[in-house]
Every structure is written in structure tokens, then in C-alpha cells.
Write a protein that binds this ligand. Structure first.
Ligand SMILES: [Zn+2]
Length: 311
């Protein structure tokens, strides 16, 4: 059930628990000194205070200690899950875990009933949350259903994502970049034109003779802001097309860096990825990380986290 829902943030201490779920295992901590079980994740044993905890795999069986049915969303993002069965489950090891119940009708839920874990994969990156259901249920896991799979494509092959479909928008977020754009050349004439337009005619950009002698780069280099705006000429192919909005606004940049120079005469190309999608009071905010590189260079010359607002 992927959507724009708040996700747990792994800390150094809690990482083995969350990573375990992503790997298909429930891991909780046990004390090497007193053998007491500990949950939530901690540095020290909550029984004997020893700093000697080990992560152990458990099978996720337990009983329902307490529950409540929420009919008003605890956050707007959970409106599609109403009513939510918020539960406290006591594992066989004696620790209690806050969770939600799935695959049960309201009248099947009883305090003290036997329950078992259900691993709920919530996104394409494999993030998995821990739910519980009745011990007698066949449900073992909730697999990830790709919300992009059933959406139509346009004539460019881009998946058409309605701005009103939060699950599909969230599925666009990826660590993978698009393919590279076709390259363009950044020559001295272009740099000179930008120097005149912007008023930034510093010699490092505009004086090839002096730059050859004095610049650490051995030649003139393009202005970072010139390379940044050349993004408009670098047509990387996004695999999606957002539809159904009334306005799309360039809302600026969350991060703009020029890590590597672009010497005059270089050829540059660009690629991008969706870094995040969030709902705000203003609308849907999509952050597109655009990287521009000199051809063959590992280090980007521009990193720009473009913020695009749809409403
Ligand atoms: Zn202990």
C-alpha cells in the first residue's frame, strides 16, 4: 500500500530491525547477560542495564495485547486505510510492539487472540513494515503492487501519472537516473555571450590567454550558472509524464552545487532522477535531481535539486 505516507527513519540503533524487515526477517534484541528480550531497539538492556545486546531472529508469533479502531485518520495520509486497527502485540518473547492489524474483520478482533506477523512491502525499493493478523489466517505477506504497472503510456512511452494518484507519484522516486541526454558543446563564444548577458566577465571565463597561464584549470571555464541554465537544452528522457494538474510552477532549487569545472570546448550531458514527492498545502511538490557532467567525467559539474510544484 504505497503512498505519500510518513516512513520510519532508520537510526544507527534501529537499523537492524528495519533492515531485517526489508530482508524478510523479524529481528529483536536479546541481552547476552540476563537473556531478557528488549523492544524498541536500544543500546542497553532494559532489564539489567548491560550494554550487551544481540539481534536475534524471531518468528513473529504472539497475542493481541490491546487494540483500537480509528475511524478518524491519525494523519491525513492514512485516510485510505480507515478504519485502522491500531494494535499492541505481545510477542512470545514478552516484548510489546505497536503495529496495525491486517486481513481481519472488525468482529474477528479479540484482545488475547493469537496473532502472527505479516510483512508488508510498501514501495519499489523494498521498504517493509511489520503488521499482524490472526494466527489462523493464510496471509503471510503483503507483496508490493507496482502502482505504475496498470497506468497508460503516451506515444513517447512515458507512463502517464495523474497528480491525484499519490501511490503512483511515490513510485516514481528512485535512486536510478534516467539515461544520458544528447551532448552539447560549451564553447568560448557561448561563454562570452553569457559573460555579456550576466555581467560576469571575470578573466577565468573570458580571457583564454591569461587562463592558460594563470588558471588552475589551464583554460577558461564556463560559469556554473551558464551550465545550470543549459539544462533546458539537454533533453534527458523522463520515463513519466505527470497529468491532470492545472498549473506547474518551477519553484526553485533545494540544492545547487558546481562540484567540477566545465573547461571551454567541453561537451556536456545530463541525466535526472525523482528524488522525492511530497504533498504540501500548496500542492504536490516533486524534487527532480538533475546532474550535468562533462562527457566521460565521473564528477558532476552541476547538481541541481529542482523543485516543481503541481496544483
Ligand atoms: Zn540484561
Amino acid at each position: 500500500m504505497a503512498s505519500l505516507k510518513p516512513m520510519p527513519v532508520m537510526t544507527e540503533i534501529s537499523r537492524p530491525f528495519w533492515q531485517g524487515l526489508n530482508d524478510g526477517e523479524i529481528r529483536i534484541q536479546q541481552c547476552n547477560q540476563c537473556e531478557g528480550w528488549v523492544f524498541f531497539p536500544r543500546r542497553h538492556c532494559s532489564h539489567c542495564l548491560a550494554h550487551d545486546l544481540a539481534w536475534r531472529k524471531v518468528d513473529g508469533r504472539g497475542t493481541l495485547y490491546s487494540y483500537t479502531l480509528t475511524r478518524i485518520p491519525t494523519l491525513p495520509e492514512f485516510a485510505d486505510e480507515m478504519p485502522q486497527a491500531l494494535a499492541v502485540v505481545e510477542l512470545e518473547q514478552g516484548v510489546r510492539i505497536n503495529s496495525t492489524l491486517v486481513g481481519l474483520d472488525e468482529d474477528e478482533i479479540r484482545v488475547g487472540m493469537a496473532v502472527k506477523a505479516v510483512l508488508d512491502r510498501v514501495d519499489a525499493r523494498g521498504n517493509t513494515l511489520l503488521r499482524f493478523t490472526g494466527a489462523d489466517k493464510a496471509l503471510e505477506s503483503l507483496p508490493y503492487v507496482d502502482p505504475l504497472a496498470e497506468l497508460p503510456r503516451n506515444d513517447k512511452g512515458q507512463v502517464q501519472v495523474p497528480v491525484t494518484n499519490p501511490a503512483a507519484l511515490q513510485a516514481l522516486v528512485s535512486d536510478e537516473f534516467t539515461g544520458w541526454s544528447a551532448p552539447i558543446e560549451v564553447n568560448q563564444a557561448l561563454i562570452d555571450a553569457f559573460a555579456e548577458l550576466s555581467g560576469d566577465d571575470y578573466w577565468i571565463h573570458t580571457d583564454p590567454e591569461r587562463a592558460a597561464k594563470e588558471s588552475p584549470f589551464g583554460s577558461t571555464i564556463a560559469h556554473g550558472s551558464l551550465v545550470q541554465v543549459l539544462q533546458s537544452r539537454l533533453n534527458f528522457a523522463l520515463p513519466f509524464d505527470i497529468t491532470g494538474f492545472s498549473t506547474m510552477v518551477n519553484y526553485g532549487s533545494d540544492r545547487l552545487r558546481f562540484p567540477a569545472p566545465v573547461p571551454a570546448g567541453s561537451r556536456i550531458h545530463a541525466r535526472a532522477r525523482v528524488k522525492s514527492v511530497q504533498q504540501s498545502r500548496k500542492g504536490t511538490v516533486l524534487t527532480l535531481e538533475v546532474n550535468i557532467h562533462v562527457l566521460g567525467s565521473e564528477r558532476p559539474s552541476v547538481i541541481n535539486d529542482l523543485v516543481i510544484l503541481y496544483r
